[in-house]
Design a protein around this ligand. Sequence first.
Ligand code: PEP
Ligand code: MN
Length: 358
Amino acid sequence: MEQELQIKPLALEGVEDKRPLVIAGPCSAETEEQVMETAKQLHSVGIKIFRAGIWKPRTKPGGFEGKGLEALPWMKQVKQETGMLTACEVATPEHIEQALQYGIDILWIGARTTANPFSMQALADALQGVDVPVLVKNPVNPDIELWVGALMRLNSAGVQRIAAVHRGFSSVDQKIYRNAPMWHLPIELARRYPTLPIICDPSHMGGRRDLIAPLSQQAMDMGFAGLMIESHCNPDCAWSDAKQQVLPDVLDFILDRLVIRDNIESTESLNAMRKQIDEIDNMIMDVLTKRMRISREIASYKKTHNMTVVQTGRYSEILEKRGAQGALCGMSAGFVKNIYEQIHEESVRQQMEIMNKA
Ligand code: PEP
Ligand code: MN
């Protein structure tokens, strides 16, 4: 049996337990002035948790790789002068040791680190016996098991104040998003671990300022616990991720306009509609079963007449006809194509079974 997660509430001191939990601050701590100025502005708009990257993982060497140890006293100063909690990314046991030395309140694991079980185990070992909240970003690749595995390693080391951060997944298609949201993955995580808080990071997901508001709203519509958003006192001049950072005032404007939906799981009318959905799903399963039965009959016919299973002309005809039908009903062509590719694959599999029967 798979290991259960022992999850305790984050219980952050001085932060109300309401949705959304907001963590904001620059991508990177650049200078003492930039850190303090951004922190003061964020504090003045009511932000309670300040983030900043101290060690910056970059795709290629030679860029700005974070200030490291030099920046940690600035974080301490933020805490002393504003009372905000501080958070930073850690990727090695030394980072953990140094961050904790400077009173960092919340640690997070970056996407590149979550993807590496060796690193995750080393971090978990370093956290043995330390009661600090740890946020785990999704791995860069869309693999939910790696994400869960990272949470499990921490949990086995005794870290129970854990949360997940959904920041999207690398993909070849970067037409809209820097990292594709693939919402079904955090939704599956929430299904498996209903008490695990999930925080959305629309900054790294969108990679663009204008996508922060719509992505944050989507996260709230899905009942996410909170948001991690990059904010800088002079975003255009940021040393990293300039395009996706917003002024603290702009962040405040975005947060003000978010519609926070109720987390209530069911109401009478919702139950009635869900019942209808269940009935329709039963009908879909019924119809699919019938369709597969006919495919098997066709396979017997093809076998006795020595014909091939896959007849590409017929397959193209189905894809075209159903695609056009779907478009008329307001469904995307891609959706209909996906469904029919799956149905066809299963149909071929079942036909092959018949063909290969002695
Ligand atoms: C970050 O939060 O600054 C960061 C580097 O994010 P990610 O690990 O999601 O790329
Ligand atoms: Mn960043």
